[in-house]
Design a protein around this ligand. Structure first.
Ligand code: PLP
Ligand SMILES: N[C@@H](CCOP(=O)(O)O)C(=O)O
Length: 463
């Protein structure tokens, strides 16, 4: 499998190179040159596989030039054995043809574990083979950070620096990151917002001179391996509900567009998906693009669903690359213009986006109302991000006979503020996190200034 950049001028790489490269050298994101596709018969044959077996089937074609099949199988088995639910990604029924897929049974209680616990293993495997080290720089609005740290903390080949927006993640999220005290783990609370953190990461890929010859790697969804691993649970959910001989729809709480892009890829790979609903909070650029061709950043606001407080959604570029006929020059030009102001998609391209996705934006009040009403009707407690997905799924549903599956992207215990505002009791931390609030924290608060962040990193990296 070869990987090409969305901006057309970076070198073509194989899987191992893409895994370690993160962002492409031309500023674009890597995507497979061609996607594997599966017939309905092939997909149907996977109906009785365990989650790990299914993951092996879906992931193998993307990595087979770089990872031996037996090694891949071992890494996948170990990854999903670390999840606390035997089904790994179980479905829960909320009502007639209304489901949530629980993606929060990994060690850090959010969907990020699906990819990041595997990514850490894949990186370690590749770096051990090469005898190399990597400096990881990641941006988080709360969930990627802890999952990435968990995936990398035991590695002899990685130093990991995670930037989160100071005072803009929940206390549980912050403590999940800052109480990990291994000497290769560094938490930076940036005096800025998530977009600032993410831009700093991208700018650091563009000029890596501060690393003094070391190499930079990514754990955010700019790294192709993140997206690849997230495709699996779409197959898992559809198979559980009668797919591929029955269509299903997904509503996906969306920020950086990585999770829903994985759903789009599952569809391109042959999974019959009727609707893909982009569910955003008040930071609604994606809803505005899809519904009104308005790709303008606006002001990033702090909401009760902080993990989705994102305006510059990295993976939208991967979609635009397809929609613009894989014309790297056109994407480079579009992204360049977007950097300095609002853009509109060409009419026919926008039509394609609207055909592929439905969308809705949900404010804090409706988020809380959904948490409260779903709890009252079913006894099921949604986290605020999932509540946005459920509300948007209901709003956008075009065919009540098709199951609508909302991806439950985080456990509500991570967001007690929203649960309390919904008038409900905050849930208890699970046993492995019961003493989270007593654990020592280590974090460095740094100005929103790339020179200061890079100087901090240069002063703490290992050789
Ligand atoms: C809990 C939660 N839900 C939804 C999202 C949105 O996912 P994505 O960024 O892949 O669109 C995130 C993070 O981005 C998240 O942490
Ligand atoms: N919501 C994310 C933001 C980063 O997105 P990613 O999927 O690109 O890592 C988070 O929780 O950090």
């Amino acid at each position: 499998m070869k990987y090409i950049s969305t901006r057309g001028t970076a070198p073509v790489l194989n899987f191992e190179e893409v895994l370690l490269a993160g962002l492409a050298s031309d500023g674009g994101l890597y995507v497979p040159e061609t996607l594997p596709s599966f017939s309905k018969e092939e997909i149907a044959n996977w109906a009785n596989l365990s989650y790990a077996e299914l993951a092996f089937k879906v992931i193998s074609p993307f990595v087979s030039d770089s990872v031996a099949a037996s090694d891949l199988k071992k890494m996948i088995d170990e990854t999903y054995a670390g999840f606390s639910h035997s089904a790994v990604a179980p479905l829960k029924e909320l009502g007639t043809n209304e489901w949530v897929q629980e993606l929060f049974h990994g060690p850090t209680l959010a969907f990020k574990d699906f990819a990041l616990q595997l990514l850490g293993r894949l990186m370690d495997y590749a770096l051990a083979k090469r005898g190399e080290r990597l400096v990881i720089m990641g941006a988080t609005s709360g969930d990627t950070g802890s999952a990435a740290i968990e995936g990398c903390r035991h590695s002899d080949h990685l130093d990991i620096f995670i930037l989160h927006p100071h005072n803009r993640v929940s206390e549980v999220q912050r403590r999940q990151m800052t109480t990990i005290l291994e000497d290769n783990v560094f938490n930076i609370a940036l005096e800025g917002n998530f977009d600032d953190c993410q831009q700093m990461v991208k700018d650091s890929f563009a000029d890596q001179s501060f690393l003094n010859g070391r190499k930079l790697g990514a754990v955010n969804s700019i790294n192709w391996a993140r997206i690849m691993s997230q495709i699996v649970y779409y197959f898992s959910a559809a198979l559980a509900l009668g797919g591929p001989y029955r269509e299903v729809s997904f509503s996906v709480p969306t920020g950086n567009f990585g999770d829903i892009f994985a759903g789009y890829l599952a569809k391109q790979m042959g999974l019959p998906i009727k609707q893909l609903v982009v569910a955003t909070n008040r930071n609604d650029i994606l809803h505005r693009v899809i519904s009104g061709n308005d790709m303008s950043k606006g002001t990033l606001e702090h909401t009760l669903s902080p993990s989705m407080d994102i305006m510059v959604s990295s993976n939208f570029e991967r979609l635009l690359f397809d929609v613009y006929g894989r014309d790297g020059a056109a994407i480079a030009d579009l992204m360049d213009r977007f950097k300095s102001g609002p853009v509109k998609l060409d009419g026919a391209r926008w039509d394609s986006v609207r055909e592929l996705f439905d969308s809705a934006a949900v404010n804090d009040e409706d988020t809380c109302a959904t948490i409260a009403s779903v709890y009252e009707e079913t006894g099921y407690l949604l986290d605020p991000h999932t509540a946005i997905g459920v509300k948007a799924g209901r709003e956008c549903n075009r065919d009540a006979s098709v199951p609508m599956i909302t991806l439950a992207t985080a456990h509500p215990v991570k967001f007690p503020d929203a649960v309390l505002k919904a008038g409900l009791d905050a849930p208890q931390l699970p046993p492995h996190m019961a003493d989270l609030f007593e654990r020592e924290e280590r974090v460095s608060v740094i100005d929103n200034d790339i020179a200061q962040v890079q100087a901090f990193m240069a002063g703490h990296m290992h050789d």
